[in-house]
Design a binder for this molecule. Structure first.
Ligand code: NAD
Length: 455
């Protein structure tokens, strides 16, 4: 069983406590399935996958090939024998160009809805709306987003997810990585998300070894605990040598983690004036290329705006935003990011939706989204991606301290009726760090169980 700190998951599943949970009308969160260890070459082995397409779609062959290479048992849906449950559904709707073709979503999915396994994965592919110049064609492409977001809300109570890949016609060869992530239990807490797969970023030859980050150098800031620690562990599982960065006060925990992962530790306050130089000098002694840069360190100093002091505002900006911009400038000047490098910034759904008492934090986290979208365009020609990851309610030491009623509201107000685990965030960061994610850049992806907050 996956470790979690949500007793309601156990009560809802319990023989004696389950009826009480139902009687009280409480949400019945399902224990989410998650994967342990690194990706396997046959990640989807023995999984029943229903695959279908709207006539005239352009990604179906690439989808089938990718799923079969991952060991999936691909079957045409919606024709499905009743003896086995459908664990994964992939529907290529890139051919949807008018109102009539949208009906095929209904035709395909209705018979499958009662055959879905618990914690099923649904992935729908649509044409990139920006490539649909005709109003009706763009209407069809964006209509699919409403469908998928709704589907995610309907299947969430069974622990299942639904996500949308907007795939450019020229990027069907970039689907392996996104399909591996969104069709597997690696994406347990990512749902209702539209993600663009494009071809702006030059791909590098993908390492088809099982350990996909073998021999790569990764930096994770704020690695001593929480999401940064989970991310460092996850990247090391894929073979990366992780340089763990955190404040000098966290040196003991940092050293212990780095030793455990076979990485290195660097005790450094990222807001200090010489931090970018120190980090770059440290890296240049070891490598000419920084393969993965995860800007994870972040802080909150919450106060309603009427009471927000200059110090609270400036400190949050310094850690969450300015330090990232300064480190990037130094890393760029040293030419450490090269073709195939990956940069990931930790944003927040507070930055998407806003949150009372977090004007400083939400400003810094929303700023990161704009930063990544503009910087992504600059880095694309060099074959480098940058994305933001925006977590929702994640079970950490930080969220344990939130008062009970507010914590319960935050934890339940999502399609899966539960909080995520640090591992869920680490999985999304890891997907974005892999060579196979070259089609995904300049975007913000939420890992929030389809939280009701924000879009
Ligand atoms: P955390 O407080 O548990 O860990 C943050 C780490 O960053 C700590 O180890 C801290 O020492 C380090 N850090 C802080 N200031 C630093 C500095 N100046 N220099 C170097 N290191 C510094 O936080 P977390 O919950 O693990 O969150 C990690 C990131 O994810 C943050 O950016 C946070 O804003 C974001 N986030 C978290 C959640 C959540 O639910 N936990 C939700 C949304 C976004």
């Amino acid at each position: 069983m996956t470790p979690h700190s949500d007793p309601l998951i156990d009560y809802a599943a319990g023989r004696w406590t389950g009826p009480v949970v139902r009687f009280l009308g409480l949400p019945k969160p399902v224990q989410l399935k998650r994967e342990a260890g690194p990706y396997r070459l046959n990640e989807l082995e023995n999984h029943n996958i229903a695959v279908g397409a709207v006539e005239g779609s352009y990604a179906l062959d690439a989808v089938k090939q990718a799923l079969q290479q991952m060991g999936g048992m691909v079957r045409p849906g919606p024709v499905w024998d009743n003896s086995s449950k459908v664990e994964i559904v992939v529907f290529d709707a890139t051919g949807c160009r008018d109102v009539a073709s949208l009906s095929q979503l209904r035709t395909f999915f209705v018979p499958l809805m009662r055959q879905l396994a618990e914690c099923a994965r649904i992935v729908v592919l649509a044409a990139d709306p920006l490539e649909c110049e005709q109003p009706v064609a763009r209407a069809a492409a964006t209509g699919i987003e409403g469908f998928v977001r709704t589907l995610a809300k309907e299947v969430g109570r069974k622990g299942s997810t639904a996500n949308l890949l907007y795939v450019s016609r020229d990027a069907v060869d970039r689907l392996d990585g996104p399909l591996r992530f969104f069709c597997s239990h690696r994406s347990a807490y990512v749902s209702g998300r539209p993600v663009r797969v494009g071809n702006e970023v030059k791909p590098v030859t993908s390492n088809k070894e099982a350990l996909r980050l073998k021999g790569k150098i990764a930096v994770v800031t704020g690695a001593a605990r929480g999401l940064g620690q989970a991310t460092a562990i996850r990247l090391a599982e894929e073979g990366a040598k992780v340089i763990c960065v955190d404040v000098p006060g966290a040196k003991a925990a940092l050293d212990e983690l780095a030793a455990q992962l076979g990485g290195e530790s660097l005790a450094l306050d990222i807001t200090s004036a010489d931090a970018p130089t120190i980090l770059v000098q440290f890296l240049l002694k070891k490598t000419q290329v920084l393969d993965v840069l995860v800007h994870n360190a972040g802080i909150t100093r919450d106060k309603m705006l009427a009471n927000m002091t200059e110090a609270q505002w400036e400190l949050v900006m310094a850690v969450n935003l300015k330090a990232i911009i300064d480190i990037d400038a130094a890393v760029d000047a040293a030419g450490l990011l090269q073709a195939g490098s990956r940069e990931i910034c930790l944003s927040s759904i507070s930055g998407v939706a806003g949150n009372a008492g977090q004007s400083n934090y939400a400003t810094s986290k929303a700023a990161l989204m704009g930063y990544a979208s503009a910087r992504g365009k600059l880095l694309a020609a060099d074959g480098i991606t940058i994305n933001c990851v925006a977590p929702g309610f994640i079970e950490t030491e930080m969220t344990k301290k939130i008062p009970l009623m507010i914590r319960e509201a935050g934890r339940r107000m999502n399609a899966l009726s539960q909080g995520g685990l640090p591992r869920d965030v680490a999985e999304l960061v890891t997907f974005l760090a892999l060579p196979e994610s070259s089609g995904v850049s300049a975007q913000t992806i939420r890992v929030c169980g389809q939280a009701m907050l924000g879009a």
